[in-house]
Ligand binder design. Sequence first.
Ligand SMILES: CC(C)(COP(=O)(O)OP(=O)(O)OC[C@H]1O[C@@H](n2cnc3c(N)ncnc32)[C@H](O)[C@@H]1OP(=O)(O)O)[C@@H](O)C(=O)NCCC(=O)NCCS
Length: 187
Amino acid sequence: MTLDVIAAAAAQAVIDAGRFILRPVRKSDAGLFALYAGDRRVAEATHSIPHPLPPGAAEGFVTRAIKRPQDEDIWVMDGSQSSLPEVLGVISLKRMDVAKYNRDQSEVGYWVAPAFWNLGIASAAVQALVDANPQANRTMFAEVFQDNPGSARVLTNAGFQYLGDAETFSVARNARVPTWTYIRKLG
Ligand SMILES: CC(C)(COP(=O)(O)OP(=O)(O)OC[C@H]1O[C@@H](n2cnc3c(N)ncnc32)[C@H](O)[C@@H]1OP(=O)(O)O)[C@@H](O)C(=O)NCCC(=O)NCCS
């Protein structure tokens, strides 16, 4: 799929995840993003979130998330329709190698606010994304740091399979960290 085609299909779906929905990011999410992504436990489990979170970083993230078209879709896990908080976490799908290979592959990324850990939120969000397959992927990938077995569990809960070991830079840790790569075939 080329970026022009992505532009034509730019409307981002709302996805039902049971107890919550996955909805597009809103400007008003920035405050809670700053609070939750500013938590060291969240930042250090991701590749790209710096710690401490610099001023304006959450607003910048929101602006990029809202700007369309782009090669990454970002959803908020929003529980407000079930009397749960409006922001439980974030999940994203980033198209891989679009211009070069056109392989219909995307990488899944996610975080959940620490107050809501171990309630099945991330597992339900990843499963909902797999079921909805909003980018019509043939394959989804995910990479987790090897010191984050809970995140690996989230992936296996949603039918991902271990593919191999690698290493990725973590901005918050300012270090390269060993990773496990997971794959989910679709369709
Ligand atoms: C990883 C993360 C997304 C999990 O979110 P969550 O909503 O708590 O996940 P779930 O409740 O759906 O599932 C967690 C699973 O991990 C298991 N788990 C938790 N801690 C664990 C540990 N130390 N070792 C092994 N398994 C663990 C839980 O038992 C659960 O498995 P189960 O469903 O089989 O019982 C959340 O902790 C987080 O946001 N962490 C910081 C950011 C991050 O790691 N993002 C992912 C980057 S790849």
